[in-house]
Design a protein. Sequence first.
Length: 211
Amino acid sequence: MTHPQLTIVDHPLVQHKLSLMRDIATPGPDFRRLLREISLLLAYEATRHLPLTRRTITTPLTDMQAPMLDGPDPVVVSILRAGNGLLDGVLDVIPTAKVGFIGLYRDEATLKPVQYYCKLPPDLTGRLVIAVDPMLATGNSAAAAVQLIKDAGATDVCLICLLAAPEGVKCLAQAHPDVRIVTASLDSHLNEKGYIVPGLGDAGDRIFSTV
Ligand code: URA
């Protein structure tokens, strides 16, 4: 499947770490560390288009016009609870980002998202807003979260996910064609329970050792 807004980060470090994460034998602490490391690398791709300006700085040798980030600080929105597994790695590379949280759980009967929490920074205008959720499965939760983010004024929204299913990409692209998706892998399909195949299981359970 192709979607102009989909970026699959095929960097060898990302792919190696992802394979370790998929392995059922990888213990929770390793899984969490690997997710943090990959999220840093995915954030690198997601922020590639941030504008730069030139400011005068003084090196030990001379003055120079140095490139610096321009515009308001980005915002990172963690889609609870699994999004928290990506949050710290993204903040490692964008330490000045503001942070929001959206609480959605998946109704296991309908696979539709149910909102139970939403706390976003007050001013999203002109900011890059990066939503983070490890698994883009049906896409229903991501589409609902992006809608809340847009309702709060954001116009530049990107989703970082570790894995994407074709069904999730299609759903999000239909609801929000402008939203960029940055992922480490586009997997095969969803199974009858809405899990990504081959996937890595329940990301939240593996991050927080609740299995
Ligand atoms: N959520 C998960 O944690 N894993 C999946 O495979 C799909 C949704």
